[in-house]
Design a protein around this ligand. Sequence first.
Ligand SMILES: Cc1ncc(COP(=O)(O)O)c(C=O)c1O
Length: 441
Amino acid sequence: MPDQVPNPSDGVTSAHRDLLRRHESVMPRWLTLYYDEPLELVSGEGRHVVDGEGNRYLDFFGGILTTSTGHNIPEVVEAIREQAGRMLHSSTLYLIRPMIELAERIAQLSTIPDAKVFFVNSGTEAVETALMLSCTARSSNQVLAVRHSYHGRSYGTMSVTGNRAWSASSLSPFVVSYVQSGYRLRSPFGPLSDRELTRACVRDLREVIETTTAGDVACMIAEPIQGVGGFVVPPDGFFGAMKEVLDEYGILFVSDEVQTGWGRTGDHFWGFQAHDLVPDLATFAKGLGNGLAIGGVVGRGDLVDSVRANSISTFGGNPLATSGALANLDYLLRHDLQGNALKVGSFLLHELATRTAALGVVAEVRGRGLMVGVELVEPGTIVPSRAAARQVLELCRREGLLIGLGGLHGNVLRIAPAMSVTLEEAAEAVEILIHALGGAP
Ligand SMILES: Cc1ncc(COP(=O)(O)O)c(C=O)c1O
């Protein structure tokens, strides 16, 4: 059971229920809440959070891979407090020192030659910007996207999202063709070796370009590891091999690093680095600000400069978000959280893979670094089991562990704690998960 922190209120069990009732009367129905009895998180420390009724949990979803360094990190909190005490906002009509400094750091970290950066407020806006830049530079509205992908909630980003559960509309500013993701389970390419799988998907990409486009495609956008898609990890080099074909056609490559950036994959700072390529543009958000609303695009200077009209984001790059993000970036680099993601992520993957091997409900444990996915099925089949995933989510909560869900069918457990997570915390989470999986139908 989660530790009970003394709660001054007598109405311990009604606090969440009352808030839920108010939530339901004013918030949209499609704004999904986790759990049969949803909870409010009111404070956090490191990798732990406390809910509105005083229960303490290990946070292994980090606000959807956004709490990158941890909750309430003093250095990050102090930078935000200090900036808030001086000025929240000025707009990009004026020079913004922390924005420029952050752009310099990201441009250098990106490995993209002569890179420039544009800041926005979310992953959706970052992807919108990358699509606008690609389409402007290439004078085309044709885009290649990947099946099982997720890129955001706007019309543009939904139209490159290959997951029906997240596509609320078919309206699209783009003409989109979808290519293979490298996802194996239920794929006709599933049984192939890594090399054969990559070769088959590259052949398919060429055929998609030749048969479904008018040739002058602007870009291909891909997540190096699909996040919402359930931590789908294609073979190393997969997108690099695809990029060789894209290069033949002059098609730009956009790496959506909203989930994979900042060292979370452990082996690399950016997800694209597992694919032996340098993207033309990369999008980022989530982990950069550790919860502050900040996203952006980093890319080839000529592409970022290619917009021929004025363009502005009122809040993009604001002093508060960029000061906090700078402190957060400093913290994760100084403490080598990428190295920690590799160490703890490898432990999680190994423990979960070996200890679930005999469980019929687990079809696959996969991932990289601190993006660990456990795909659940009806025992003895590959039929997705959303019910099992929901049940495990509930059981974990009861034992004091918060995790996430994903995958096309909502049947993949997603485990993605802050990158400062310790081995002891990971071991505790594994015990809870194994116990909960044992109780799954
Ligand atoms: C890969 C990827 N791109 C884009 C987005 C959209 O980001 P946001 O929700 O900040 O708009 C997400 C969000 O989960 C994402 O995972």
